[in-house]
Design a protein around this ligand. Structure first.
Ligand SMILES: [Zn+2]
Length: 382
């Protein structure tokens, strides 16, 4: 891990954090809102595509008006119901089985299949997504300063991988829109233009591996005409002012479409994702989310709107939590230190981040197993 660098005095993002620059007053560019212009452009474009999609006539080329990326979580279940029953779209619900995710959402997908008139499709490609993950983790340390969200490269790559699978599916079946329930923070990295999604993947992995991972099919998208390509719709960005997780869950339960799970989208790579961001960028995996919460509280002390799926306690001493987590993660990765001390430290840290004792114990256990998960995937740690 790198020596502790200077941190933004408002949100505690570090000087070396990808895409972050501190000014002379030790305030970062995100707190100074220098990214606002770019964000507004993105919002304007996504709003425009969403409106166009809502007004579009039925797809003349096939049986489906949209391919809806369906995870079975509350956000996508809520939207799927809306698309089918309120907007009247002929919807193909596409679920990609990510091998790193626990299957807590399986029950919700089953409920949706029973109750919603959509076509349900399941897709998977364990070998190639694991091959991609090995490539990401086993790379040499990236050059500084890096770009926004580089510390989340494994996570971003995984999502991009299955978005490209969906793009290829929609392209082949001539489905004109792909619906993605991404949250407002993800829009900064998620290209709305499918050709740009594929180009970005090429840039990250090189033409050879990129082509191999999709059996040569992505070249078809790169060289297609614009009007042959599907467009990506982000309903939660367009409807962001209405986002209210508690109301959504209540409505879904009333319709019998949802059963809560405390670990809705639990990713088994979470400990390794932290290892990746500490090793390469000296920060914890959720640093941007935590900092954005701290920033929002700083601007408005009555702020209590939860960001998508993660809550942080108001009194969190972020720099301290991050330093301690980083030390434990790097020791576990290196196979040094005492297991019971690590466990105690992790449980304490996760409980300070508002986890219950049970949940904290569960997550701590997954961190202690980090080296085994890495070895199974062929990822080198330590
Ligand atoms: Zn800041």
């Amino acid at each position: 891990m790198q020596p502790t660098a200077a941190r933004c005095r408002i949100c505690s993002l570090g000087e070396g954090h990808p895409g972050v620059v501190l000014d002379d007053d030790q305030v970062c560019n995100l707190c100074n809102l220098n990214v606002a212009g770019e964000l507004l452009d993105n919002y304007r474009y996504t709003n425009q595509v969403f409106t166009e999609f809502q007004q579009a006539p039925p797809n003349p080329a096939g049986d489906h008006d949209c391919l809806f990326m369906y995870s079975g979580g509350k956000d996508s279940t809520y939207m799927l119901d809306k698309f089918v029953n309120e907007y009247g779209k002929r919807t193909l619900a596409y679920t990609f089985d990510v091998p790193f995710e626990s299957s807590h959402a399986a029950r919700n997908i089953q409920l949706a299949r029973e109750k919603l008139p959509a076509t349900f499709v399941f897709d998977s490609d364990d070998d190639n997504i694991k091959k991609m993950m090995r490539d990401v983790f086993n790379r040499p340390r990236p050059g500084k300063p890096g770009a926004y969200l580089d510390e989340k490269l494994p996570c971003v790559s995984c999502r991009t991988f299955f978005v490209i699978r969906a793009i290829l599916y929609a392209f082949r079946e001539r489905i004109p829109y792909i619906v993605l329930c991404a949250d407002p923070q993800q829009i900064l990295t998620m290209e709305s233009n499918v050709r740009e999604v594929v180009r970005g993947f090429y840039r990250t992995f090189g033409p050879e591996l990129a082509s191999e991972l999709f059996d040569g099919a992505i070249e078809d998208v790169l060289f297609a005409e614009d009007d042959e390509l599907p467009k990506i719709v982000f309903p939660f960005i367009a409807l962001r002012h209405e986002y209210d997780p508690e109301r959504m869950v209540r409505e879904l339960k009333e319709k019998g479409l949802y059963e809560s799970s405390p670990m809705e989208t639990h990713c088994t790579l979470f400990p390794l994702l932290n290892y990746y961001s500490f090793k390469n960028w000296g920060c914890m995996f959720y640093k941007l989310n935590a900092s954005s919460y701290v920033r929002a509280v700083h601007r408005n002390e009555n702020y209590d709107r939860s960001t998508f799926s993660i809550r942080f306690p108001r009194s969190l001493d972020l720099p301290d939590v991050e330093d301690r987590l980083g030390r434990v993660v790097m020791e576990i990765a290196a196979g040094t230190g005492d297991r019971e001390e690590h466990r105690a430290a992790l449980v304490d840290l996760f409980m300070r981040m508002d986890a219950t004792e049970d949940a904290a114990g569960f997550v701590a256990e997954s961190f202690l197993d980090m080296r085994k998960v890495a070895a199974d995937l062929g990822i080198k740690v330590g």
